[in-house]
Design a protein around this ligand. Structure first.
Ligand SMILES: Cc1cc2nc3c(=O)[nH]c(=O)nc-3n(C[C@H](O)[C@H](O)[C@H](O)COP(=O)(O)OP(=O)(O)OC[C@H]3O[C@@H](n4cnc5c(N)ncnc54)[C@H](O)[C@@H]3O)c2cc1C
Length: 468
């Protein structure tokens, strides 16, 4: 509520509330910026790593910039706060600002049709692919329509789609069955990347449609997603963000003497022995970190409903493998490349030997734009246990796997190896522990709301709650 200011009597017990924000990703920085704008001065943002931005991470690569984490504004239209900020700061390309692009629906998926390369160097006709893509998109929409209608708590998006595949396959021409199944396996692999999960069998069916899709064709930041973070951070005074300051524990319901005469309800203890007293703490650490640490991170322990929400919600890995080529092997109009792994099928469990088979989970590559400025770069997406295994491999092992893969799918054993590769390793980051969250079987959207609820639940104590 912008009408409230620190001087307002209903907000102010001590004259300048001390606020500690844990995490300097976009959430923590945006919270600080908002408080600062409303006159709060006693704010500290404690960040475990040596950089701000968290899962928004733009790096120099090839001849330009690439995103190791967040890449697109999904649903860039006026209702989207990221879009609002990005346009306000002038960070978007003229195309992204076109009204027609803001009104169109991209469905949170790349809107273009991929070009399919098979694992033995063949191609698939655009018509065959369009048929299967059409079915798959319809099934996803049907899965979203389960919201508020009856479905079992154990039902998953994966099991629903599998049932549709089985039913639909009865009507397919026999000679198309293997190709269709392999295409669908690839589309499911891609959907795992979208949801950040190992398997769509882990994603709850009933709440699947609660994720609101905003209008707008997904767009990127020409100067990098991190330029948005930097603009949000710019007005904050130096010293407000403290890097390399990992928080170890938050004592959130006590009485702690500050250096002044004030007694504070919260004390934040850091790994390096430092501690900070506070009136309010805003915790923005990823769910992946909370899953590993929440039992020891809060004292007293969080209420059972919050602990259950942390346990029940899903948090999985989606990684990127960026591959730079001297010359593109793909046609200049290609925007997406799908790898069809012959023999794969949604009806067959993937083989467990990750060393031999991890690469079969890699089904989709986005051609990064614009090649004139960036060079010829493909961005592969891989999710789940295979993505986590990939993080353990050396640069040389991945480069060699990529060389083999592209030689196979182009049918050209002489194809020059990529010039370089760059991969993300979100699972191994101790303060992230994966990529993003999803509503897993056994959880619901209420768990997300529950985690966002401030503590303590005593309404009298909730002065800051009404700031936003
Ligand atoms: C591969 C990938 C692709 C993505 N693609 C998109 C996309 O295209 N579009 C999109 O909108 N979103 C995308 N996302 C999601 C998006 O990046 C996140 O939703 C967003 O960046 C989360 O911001 P945050 O500030 O909430 O968390 P984070 O960015 O994770 O920030 C949390 C911060 O807390 C710090 N921290 C953790 N523990 C501690 C501790 N104990 N003490 C102190 N600090 C701590 C972390 O180091 C981190 O800096 C993607 C994410 C990934 C990983």
């Amino acid at each position: 509520d912008s009408s409230l200011h620190p001087g307002d009597p209903q907000l102010m017990a001590p004259p300048s509330p001390a606020v500690v924000i844990v995490g300097a990703g976009i959430s923590g920085l945006a919270a600080a910026e908002k408080l600062h704008k409303h006159g709060f001065q006693n704010i500290k943002i404690l960040e475990a790593t040596g950089r701000t931005g968290g899962r928004i991470y733009t790096q120099k690569y090839a001849k330009g910039l690439v995103e190791i984490g967040a890449q697109w504004i999904h649903g860039p239209s006026p209702d989207n706060p990221i879009f609002q900020l990005a346009s306000q700061f002038g960070l978007l390309s003229p195309d992204a600002l076109l009204e027609e692009n803001q009104k169109a629906y991209g469905n949170n998926h790349p809107s273009d049709m991929p070009v399919v390369y098979t694992s033995s160097g063949g191609n698939i006709s655009a018509a065959a692919l369009a048929d299967i893509m059409g079915l798959f998109i319809t099934w996803l929409e049907q899965a979203r329509n389960f919201t508020n209608s009856r479905c079992g708590p154990e039902d998953s998006v994966g099991s629903f789609i599998l049932q549709q595949i089985v039913n639909s396959s009865q009507e397919w021409d026999k000679e198309l069955v293997d190709t269709n199944m392999a295409l669908l396996r690839g589309l499911l692999n891609m959907e795992c990347c979208v949801s950040g999960t190992h398997s769509m069998d882990y994603v709850a069916l009933c709440p699947f449609g609660e994720y609101t899709m905003l209008a707008g064709i997904d767009c990127t930041f020409p100067t990098g997603f991190e330029s948005l973070v930097n603009r949000i951070k710019a007005p904050l005074p130096s010293g407000m963000v403290v890097l390399n300051k990992a928080v170890k524990r938050i004592d959130w319901n006590g009485s702690f003497q500050g250096n002044d005469s004030h007694v504070y309800p919260v004390e934040v203890q850091c790994e390096d022995g430092d501690s900070f007293v506070a009136d309010h703490v805003i915790v923005t650490v990823p769910l992946g970190f909370l899953k590993k640490q929440s039992a020891d991170f809060f004292s007293p322990e969080l209420p059972t409903s919050k602990m259950q929400a942390i346990k029940n919600l899903g948090f999985g890995t989606n990684n990127k493998i960026l591959v730079e080529f001297e010359k593109p092997f793909w046609d200049p109009n290609t925007t997406l490349i799908q790898v069809l792994w012959e023999g794969d099928s949604p009806l067959i469990e993937p083989k467990e030997d990750l060393k031999q088979n991890w690469i079969r989970k890699l089904s989709i590559f986005v051609v990064l734009e614009p090649p004139a400025q960036l060079g010829h770069v493909l961005c592969g997406f891989i999710a789940g246990k295979e993505a986590e295994f990939m993080e353990t491999l050396t640069y040389e092992e991945i480069l060699s796997s990529m060389t083999d893969l592209f030689r196979r799918i182009t049918g050209n054993p002489e194809l020059p190896p990529p010039v370089s590769i760059l991969r993300s390793q979100w699972y191994s980051q101790p303060y992230t522990g994966g990529s993003y969250s999803y509503v897993a079987v056994g959880s619901s959207g209420d768990d997300l709301d529950n985690l966002a609820e401030p503590l303590p639940t005593d309404k009298e104590a909730l002065k800051v709650k009404y700031m936003f």
